[in-house]
Design a protein around this ligand. Sequence first.
Ligand SMILES: Cc1cc2nc3c(=O)[nH]c(=O)nc-3n(C[C@H](O)[C@H](O)[C@H](O)COP(=O)(O)OP(=O)(O)OC[C@H]3O[C@@H](n4cnc5c(N)ncnc54)[C@H](O)[C@@H]3O)c2cc1C
Length: 299
Amino acid sequence: MLKNLSRYIDPERIRQQVPLKDYTTFRVGGPAAMMINVNTSKELSEVISYLKKCQADYFILGNGSNLLVSDKGYDGIVIKLSGELTDISANGDVITAGAGALLSNVCKKALEESLTGLEFAFGIPGTVGGAIVMNAGAYDGETGDVVDGVEAVNADGEILYVSPHSLRFGYRKSDVKKAGLTVVKVDFRLKKGNYNDIRLKMKELLESRIEKQPLEFPSAGSTFKRPEGTFAGKLISEAGLSGYRIGGACVSEKHNGFIVNDRQATAKDISDLIEYVKKSVYEHSSVKLEPEVIRLGKF
Ligand SMILES: Cc1cc2nc3c(=O)[nH]c(=O)nc-3n(C[C@H](O)[C@H](O)[C@H](O)COP(=O)(O)OP(=O)(O)OC[C@H]3O[C@@H](n4cnc5c(N)ncnc54)[C@H](O)[C@@H]3O)c2cc1C
């Protein structure tokens, strides 16, 4: 199986048994059976169409900043977007970025071009692809608000250009995965702004993150989605869970909405802590917390 993969991808970009802890911000997770680096949309289209023929499982990895990978790893193919799929360019008030580009680099490009609209995203440690899938947002801004169009590859390997409307962006979600799409490139439509105002806003929001978030420890950011009308961190604190620990994983005392890996946690520690927090918050306040973090592999 997969013996013909090297027809589409340079064999140097096909690796076996790659430890995923090196590719996630939680710094946990066992190996991927295979990891391939895909450099162009043509390659991506050919690889996805080939994997479909082989009925092989694959997973698109962004920056792994919203991911909890099982200690047993993932028994499939992890696709990492690289090469020209990390390029960023500007044309008027549109910035086009490859899905593998870091969102923070797109923000820097927007600043360079004095384009406003992406300030909220400065400091979100994901890629463009991950930001589209999750509709990443902060400080009253969301990725979906500034998307003009998305180039994607569908599950048959066809390259499409889709409108933001058809991706149905919602709170920390979109229909990208449901539609079987892999994001390839994104056009962000921004507005002409003032360089200094944009720079100061980005600086202010970054400082606010440094002040409020436990950035000194590995995490995946907010572990849970914000429940309607309240905050996950508040409910977690009211349930008496600030600082609660399972193994090397802990509910951050600095920000109760974050679970951090502060003592060489396993993925199981983190997963068990997520379940414990969910159960305790439900018992305490009857609110069902929904994890924002995505699990990969068997738990
Ligand atoms: C310290 C910290 C702070 C954070 N702050 C915020 C915040 O303020 N707001 C916020 O919304 N999030 C925040 N996050 C969470 C995270 O950064 C976002 O969810 C981000 O959008 C995930 O992007 P990623 O590239 O890391 O995706 P990954 O975690 O790698 O993947 C997430 C999902 O996207 C899919 N995916 C990735 N790329 C593609 C692609 N090209 N095509 C199809 N599917 C793809 C993956 O398969 C997976 O299902 C934070 C995380 C950390 C660690």
